[in-house]
Design a protein around this ligand. Structure first.
Ligand code: 0A1
Ligand code: ZN
Length: 866
C-alpha cells in the first residue's frame, strides 16, 4: 500500500491519558527467521483516560494475528484489524470489564525486517529495537511511553542459538524437545514498551562484576560475536566507571543483579538503553589499539556512560509522550558530558561539545528543519532524534545549573528522583523541581523549550574616563534577537546567562568574574574600573547563542594569550582563524598570535591541538551565509587550502618541533594524556602535509601500528596530494579487508577527501558488488560521508546532489529511518547560490515524487522544500 505522504501530524496539544493501561505483560517468543511466533498475555486495567469503558485500541504493524482471547475465551468482543493496529470492542457495545486479560498470538518475519525496528536479524543475531515505536511490530500493544508495565519473557529457540537475553533478572533455563531450549527473564521495574529488548544468538561474553555503594553485587557482561571478545575491555572499564560516577555524583545506584550489553552490526543509531540490556552499534563497543582511534575510545566511553545513565534518567523516570523526548535525552547527554569532563580534560571536552553543537545544532536551527527542543507536532517521531533535542536539550540543563548554582542543581535532581521515580513525566514536571528547589520563577526559562532558533546576542560597549589616568565607567549593553524559524515568525526574549570577566591590559581580572543574566531584549550594566577593560564574554560557552561583538585582531590575540577561561582562549583563536580563511586577516599575524600558546609546554597538548585545528569548510560556508553572502564552496575550498598552507609555512619549524616532541613512547594506551599528545602531533602533521616536507612524514607514519597514528597519517597523505596516497590506501585495505569497522574508516577517508575525482571514486566504491549498503554503518561511511564533503558534494553541475538523491531513493524502502536522517545533508540549501539552490530543490522534488516514499522521508523532504 502507498503510505499517505501527507498524514495529519500528531500534536502535543492533543495529548490524552490512556483509557487503559497494561499492568503486566507475559511474552513467549518462538524464534525463527520467518514465522517467528510471539504469544502475549497482557493484564489491562482502567487508566486515567476519560474514554475508559469504550473500545480499546492497540497499536500493531506488520503482524499476522493467529489467535486472540479476552479473559481466556475466544468468544470475543469484536476485533477490527487494520494496518496500524486493532480495535477491541464489546460485541453488544457494552463496556469492556474494568480489568481483563488479553491474549494474542502473532507471527512475524525477523529476516525480512530491513528497517531495523522491531525484531530483526543482524548477521545471524536476533535483536530488537523498540524506541520509539518498534514494539508494535512485535505484538499488539498500547505502544506509548506512559503505559508502564512489568514484564516476564520466555524465549524458545534452537540450541544452535545458545545465548537468549531479555530485560531484567534471569530466571529458569532448560532444554526442550527437538534440539531446542528456553530461557526466562523477569523485569520487576515497570517500564514503557520502548525499553523492551530481546537478543538471541551465538555470542560470547566478556564478563566482570560490580558492587554497588550499598553492597549489592551486579554481574556485568558484554556479549559479542565470537572473535570480538578481546575488544571489549575498554567498554567494560567505561561501564564500571560510569556506574561508580552515577553513585558519587548523583547518588544513583544500579537496581538489578545483572547488566548486559550486546554489540550488533546492524543498528540505526549509536546505542539503546533497554532496561538491563543495552544494545549497541558494535562501532561503539569494540576497540583495540590496532583498530580504533583515540576518538573511537572517547566515543565508546561517552556512549557507554550515556546508555548507563539512562537507567535513572529515562528508564526509572521516563517521558509521558514523545514530545517530551528531551526530558530524558537532554538530561542524559548533559550527564554524559559531565562524566567525560570528569574523566578527561574539562576544557577540551567543552570545546569539542561546542564545535559539535555549532556544526550540527546551529546548522539545524538556521535551516528548514529547525524545531523547538520540545517540538509541538511531528509526523514521524524517528525524525526528531535530532541535535536540537539532544545537544541543545543538554545546553538548556547546563544553563539551568549555572542559573541556580551547582548545589541547588543537585538538590533539584534529588527532588526529581524522589518525586517522580516510576513515573512518565513532562518538561513542566522537570522545571517545577527547579522552581521548588531554588525558589525562583522559571516561567521565562520555559521559552527555551518552546522556541526554535539560535538567539543572536549583540554587544555594545562604552567607556567614560573619570579623568586622564584615573579609571572610569565601563558600560556593557547586551541585546538579543532570535530569527524566525518555520512556523514561528515572532520570538520572545529568553533568559540568557552570560558568564564574563573583565581583563586589564596585563591580563588581570579587574573584577570578580560572574554571570550576567540577559533576561530581556536588552540590558545594560556598568562598572567602575581602573582602566578600560577587554571583556571576555560567554565564558565556557555559557548559553547556546551566537555572540556578535566587533573586535580587533589585536584584541583577539590578547584574549588568546591571556584569558584564563580556556574556552574563550580557543574561541579567540577560532575567530582569528575564520578571518584568515575568509580573507580578512593575514596568516602571518594569526601564526604570530598562535605561536606562544601552541609551544607553551604547560598547556594540555589536547588543548593545543584544538588551537591548531582550523575551522572546516562547512563552518566557513555557514559563517559566509550568516554574514549575508551566498557561500561558494569552490572559493571557500581554495581559500581554506591557501590559509592552511600559509599557516604551515609560517609555523614550519615549530610544527616540526611539536611533531618530534609529541611522539608517545611505549605501547599504546587510550588514556587522555597520550591521546592529547597524538592529537597535537596529528594536527601538526595535518598542516605540514601542505608543504613538500610533510608528504614524506605522513607516508612514513602510515606504517604506524596503532590506528590513532595511522589514520590521521593516511588522511594527511591524501590531503598532501602525494602520488603515494593510492598505494597507502591499497596497503590499508589489504591489511583490513576482513574488518568491516576498519574498512568504514577507509571508505570515509576517500569519501571526504578533497581530490578532483572523489565522486567517481565514491561511485565506484558504492557500485562494488560486495558493498553491503543495507548495513547503516556501511552506508554512512560512504554515502553520508560523501555528503559531508563540501567541495565534492556541492560541485556546480549538481552531480554530487544527484548521487545522494539516487542513493536515498534506493535506501528509503529498505531503511526509511537512516535514509531520512542522511537526507538532512540537503538542509543547508539556502546558503548557496541560486543555481545550486535550484539543483538541490530539483533533487528534493524528485525524491518527494517517488512512488511509495516512507513517512520518514516524506516528512523530512517536504519540510526542506517548504
Ligand atoms: N535512546 C537512544 C537512541 C535511540 C533512539 C532511537 C532509536 O531508534 C529509533 C535507537 C536508539 C539513546 O539516546 O541512546
Ligand atoms: Zn539517549
Amino acid at each position: 500500500m502507498r503510505p499517505d505522504v501527507s498524514p495529519t501530524p500528531i500534536r502535543l496539544a492533543d495529548y490524552a491519558p490512556p483509557a487503559w493501561v497494561a499492568e503486566h505483560v507475559d511474552l513467549t517468543f518462538d524464534l525463527a527467521p520467518r514465522g517467528a511466533r510471539v504469544r502475549a498475555r497482557i493484564r489491562f486495567v482502567k487508566g486515567p483516560g476519560e474514554a475508559a469503558g469504550g473500545p480499546l485500541r492497540l497499536d500493531g504493524q506488520k503482524l499476522r494475528l493467529l489467535s486472540a482471547a479476552v479473559d481466556g475465551t475466544d468468544a470475543l468482543p469484536s476485533i477490527t484489524v487494520d494496518e496500524e493496529g486493532l480495535t477491541l470492542a464489546p460485541a453488544d457495545n457494552a463496556p469492556l470489564p474494568d480489568a481483563f486479560t488479553w491474549e494474542a498470538e502473532v507471527e512475524i518475519d525477523p529476516e525480512a525486517n530491513t528497517e531495523l525496528e522491531g525484531l530483526y536479524l543482524s548477521n545471524g543475531v536476533y535483536c530488537t529495537q523498540c524506541e520509539a515505536e518498534g514494539f508494535r511490530k512485535i505484538t499488539y500493544f498500547p505502544d506509548r511511553p506512559d503505559v508502564m508495565a512489568t514484564y516476564a519473557v520466555r524465549i524458545e529457540a534452537p540450541t544452535s542459538i545458545p545465548v537468549l537475553l531479555s530485560n531484567g533478572e534471569p530466571g529458569a533455563t532448560g532444554p526442550l524437545p527437538g534440539d531446542r531450549h528456553f530461557a526466562e527473564w523477569t523485569d520487576p521495574w515497570p517500564k514503557p514498551s520502548y525499553l523492551f529488548a530481546l537478543v538471541a544468538g551465538e555470542l560470547v561474553a566478556h564478563t566482570d562484576a560490580f558492587t554497588t555503594a550499598s553492597g549489592r553485587p551486579v554481574a556485568l557482561a558484554i556479549h559479542v560475536r565470537p572473535g570480538d571478545e578481546d575488544r571489549c575491555a575498554y567498554a567494560m572499564d567505561a561501564l564500571k566507571r560510569s556506574m561508580r560516577w552515577d553513585e558519587t555524583e548523583y547518588g544513583r545506584e544500579y537496581d538489578l543483579s545483572v547488566f548486559n550489553i550486546v554489540a550488533v552490526d546492524d543498528f540505526n543509531m549509536g546505542a539503546m538503553e533497554n532496561k538491563g540490556l543495552n544494545v549497541f552499534n558494535s562501532k561503539y563497543v569494540l576497540a583495540s589499539p590496532e583498530t580504533a582511534t583515540d576518538r573511537d575510545y572517547e566515543l565508546i566511553e561517552g556512549i557507554i556512560a550515556h546508555e548507563y545513565f539512562h537507567n535513572w534518567t529515562g528508564n526509572r523516570i521516563t517521558c509521558r509522550d514523545w514530545f517530551q523526548l528531551c526530558l530524558k535525552e537532554g538530561l542524559t547527554v548533559f550527564r554524559d558530558q559531565q562524566f567525560s569532563a570528569d574523566m578527561r580534560s574539562e576544557a577540551v571536552q567543552r570545546i569539542d561539545q561546542v564545535k559539535m553543537l555549532r556544526a550540527r545544532q546551529f546548522r539545524e536551527d538556521a535551516g528548514p528543519l529547525a524545531h523547538p527542543v520540545r517540538p509541538e507536532e511531528f509526523i514521524e517521531i524517528n525524525n526528531f532524534y535530532t541535535a536540537t533535542v539532544y545537544e541543545k536539550g543538554a545546553e538548556l540543563i547546563r544553563m539551568l545549573r549555572l542559573i541556580v548554582g551547582a548545589e541547588t542543581y543537585r538538590a533539584a535532581l534529588d527532588l526529581y528522583f524522589d518525586r517522580h521515580d516510576g513515573q512518565a513525566c513532562t518538561i513542566e514536571d522537570w522545571i517545577a523541581v527547579f522552581e521548588d528547589a531554588s525558589g525562583r520563577d522559571l516561567t521565562r526559562f520555559r521559552l527555551w523549550y518552546a522556541q526554535a532558533g539560535t538567539p543572536r546576542v549583540t554587544v555594545s560597549e562604552g567607556w567614560v574616563e573619570d579623568a586622564p589616568g584615573q579609571g572610569g565607567r565601563y558600560t556593557l549593553t547586551l541585546r538579543q534577537e532570535t530569527p524566525s524559524t518555520p512556523g514561528q515568525p515572532l520570538k520572545k526574549p529568553v533568559p540568557i546567562p552570560v558568564a564574563f570577566g573583565l581583563l586589564g591590559a596585563d591580563g588581570r581580572e579587574l573584577i570578580e568574574p560572574g554571570v550576567l543574566e540577559l533576561d530581556d531584549t536588552e540590558r545594560c550594566w556598568s562598572f567602575e574600573l581602573p582602566e578600560r577593560p577587554v571583556p571576555s564574554l560567554l565564558r565556557g560557552f555559557s548559553a547556546p547563542v551566537i555572540l556578535e561583538r566587533r573586535s580587533s585582531e589585536a584584541e583577539r590575540a590578547f584574549l588568546l594569550a591571556h584569558d584564563r577561561d580556556p574556552f574563550n582562549r580557543w574561541e579567540a583563536a577560532r575567530a582569528l582563524a575564520l578571518e584568515v580563511m575568509m580573507g580578512a586577516a593575514s596568516a602571518d599575524a594569526f601564526a604570530e598570535a598562535l605561536l606562544p600558546a601552541i609551544t607553551d609546554a604547560s598547556l594540555d597538548p589536547a588543548f593545543r591541538a584544538l588551537l591548531l585545528t582550523l575551522p572546516g569548510e562547512d563552518e566557513i560556508a555557514r559563517e559566509t551565509w550568516s554574514r549575508g553572502r551566498p557561500a561558494d564552496p569552490d572559493a571557500i575550498h581554495a581559500a581554506a587550502k591557501a590559509a592552511r598552507k600559509a599557516l604551515a609555512e609560517a609555523l614550519e619549524p615549530e610544527l616540526r618541533g611539536l611533531y618530534e616532541a609529541m611522539e608517545t613512547p611505549g605501547p599504546y594506551t587510550p588514556e587522555a594524556g597520550d591521546a592529547g599528545r597524538r592529537a597535537l602531533r596529528a594536527a601538526a602533521l595535518g598542516l605540514l602535509a601542505r608543504l613538500p616536507v610533510g608528504a614524506g612524514m605522513a607516508e612514513a607514519q602510515c606504517g604506524a601500528a596503532n590506528m590513532s597514528d595511522r589514520l590521521p597519517a593516511l588522511a594527511a597523505l591524501l590531503a598532501s596530494g602525494s602520488p603515494a596516497a593510492d598505494a597507502a590506501l591499497d596497503a590499508f585495505a589489504a591489511d583490513w579487508r576482513h574488518d568491516p569497522l576498519v574498512m568504514d574508516k577507509w571508505r570515509m577517508l576517500q569519501a571526504t577527501a578533497s581530490r578532483p575525482d572523489t565522486l567517481a571514486r565514491v561511485k565506484a566504491l558504492s557500485e562494488a558488488p560486495d558493498f553491503p549498503w543495507k548495513t547503516p554503518n556501511r552506508f554512512r561511511s560512504l554515502v553520508a560521508a560523501f555528503a559531508q564533503n563540501p567541495c565534492a558534494f556541492h560541485q556546480a553541475d549538481g552531480s554530487g546532489y544527484r548521487f545522494l538523491a539516487d542513493w536515498l531513493i534506493r535506501l528509503d524502502p529498505v531503511n526509511p529511518q537512516t535514509a531520512a536522517r542522511v537526507a538532512g545533508a540537503f538542509e543547508t540549501w539556502r546558503r548557496y547560490d541560486a543555481k545550486r539552490q535550484k539543483l538541490i530543490r530539483a533533487e528534493l522534488s524528485r525524491i518527494a515524487a517517488t512512488e511509495g516514499l516512507s513517512r520518514d522521508m516524506a516528512e523530512i523532504v517536504s519540510r526542506m522544500l517548504d
